[in-house]
Ligand binder design. Structure first.
Ligand SMILES: Cc1ncc(COP(=O)(O)O)c(C=O)c1O
Length: 398
């Protein structure tokens, strides 16, 4: 697949031809010079309401929760980047996933990737099961098992690929076939990959969600999310729910993410390069027991990664064999920051068992390979030599 070409940009955009390539779309889609001043950058429309011309006559904007030009520019921008019909920006990834769940009705069943983000598991397991929704967690990397998990009540297949933190992949084209054979939607959390690395809608998915907190914004200074959806009926419902529940992205956060997507391609090139280099460095290190990165030929789904992804992303994990060894490295790094989250320009290091996946019960963590010795890295865009030197001195402490 030529990743520079978007196969179905549906937005009509004054500046962009239908053949516009990926980086051009990231920079320009959804944005026109400000009609009042000509400002090249979409302003932050920090307003709660809009003055109407006369009773029953307004400019298409009534109230800040319902419409905001900065947020709408971001929604058009990311919809074009993902190759989707419409985008809906939310206050956080969890708010967005909660909104997607409102497409379900009481009694419905969802098949979910088993090592999905801990917060997603918490929302499904602790909140949505109270509303007569049920969830089955399977390794969606195995599509026979995935299909076996379907019941007559299944209405959604919810997939995260690569999965967090053990970087297991799901074949998205095949997953879309399974979902559609059963007449249900395929929803893909594309946060870990970003649309530079992987565009699920082009592979048959119906809905994509991003925590924009991560690569889309990319600068660790905003929490937010966006849902991109294809089906007209889903788009109508998501627009309704975005307003009805009201978990919208603020104008300032929308502006930050809109700024972030302008540099997504060049940031992702460096994230990809640093991710691969660190995975290779760690694989060769005697203190490291195992490395999880889809760009290593030793990864069991390396061929799928090469087919489905454009580069292998900036996320990797490695096992040091014990909590004590992990603690020494996590406390020993100087340049890398010990913190949750991912996808920012600076490298973060974390301990999934006690941080991102603390809400996952210990037996489930063990089954997924999230051991106490597992360390996760979100490779930033620093010079690789500095990252390797930092890891090297931390590993010397083990
Ligand atoms: C894959 C994935 N999906 C969703 C979320 C939730 O996003 P947010 O923290 O913006 O609510 C996260 C957060 O880490 C994540 O890693």
């Amino acid at each position: 697949m030529d990743f520079a070409i978007l196969t179905h940009v549906s937005y009509s955009d004054v500046k962009l031809s239908r053949r516009a390539r990926f980086s051009t779309v990231c920079l320009h889609a959804g944005q026109e010079p400000d009609p009042t001043t000509g400002a090249i950058i979409t302003p932050i429309y920090q307003t709660s309401t809009y003055v109407q011309d006369e009773l029953g006559k307004h400019k298409g904007y009534e109230y800040g929760r319902t419409q905001n030009p900065t947020r709408m520019a971001l929604e058009r921008n990311v919809a074009a980047i993902e190759g989707g019909k419409a985008g809906f920006a939310f206050a956080s990834g969890m708010a967005a996933i909660g909104a997607i769940a409102t497409l379900l009705e009481s009694g419905d069943h969802v098949v979910v990737s088993d090592n999905t983000y801990g917060g997603t598991f918490r929302l499904f397991d602790k909140v949505l099961t109270r509303y007569q929704l049920s969830f089955t967690y399977v390794d969606t990397g195995n599509l026979d098992d995935t299909e076996r998990a379907f019941t007559p009540s299944t209405r959604m297949l919810f997939v995260e690929t690569p999965s967090n933190p053990v970087m297991r992949l799901t074949d998205l084209r095949a997953a879309a076939d399974v979902a559609h054979r059963h007449g249900v939607r395929l929803v893909v959390d594309n946060t870990f990959a970003s649309p530079y690395v992987q565009r699920p809608l082009e592979l048959g998915a119906d809905i994509v969600v991003h925590s924009t907190t991560k690569y889309m914004n990319g600068h660790s200074d905003s929490v937010g999310a966006i849902v991109i959806s294809q089906r007209d009926q889903d788009n109508e419902w998501l627009a309704f729910v975005q307003n009805a529940e009201g978990a919208i992205l603020s104008p300032f956060d929308s502006w930050l993410v809109l700024r972030g997507t302008k540099t997504l391609p060049i940031r992702m090139e460096r994230h990809n390069a640093n991710g691969l280099a660190l995975a290779e460095f760690l694989s060769a290190h005697p203190k490291v027991k195992k490395v999880y990165y889809p760009g290593l030929p030793a990864h069991p789904q390396y061929e799928l990664a090469r087919r489905q992804m454009h580069g292998f992303g900036g996320m990797l994990a490695f096992d040091l064999g014990s909590l004590e060894a992990a603690r020494r490295v996590l406390n020993g790094v100087r340049l890398q920051s010990l913190a949750e989250s991912l996808g920012g320009v600076e490298t973060l290091i974390s301990h999934p068992a006690t941080m991102t996946h603390a809400s996952v019960p210990p037996d489930r963590r063990a089954a997924l390979g999230i051991t106490d010795g597992l360390v996760r890295i979100s490779a930033g865009i620093e010079d690789i030599e500095d990252l390797e030197e930092d890891l090297s001195q931390a590993l010397d402490l083990v």
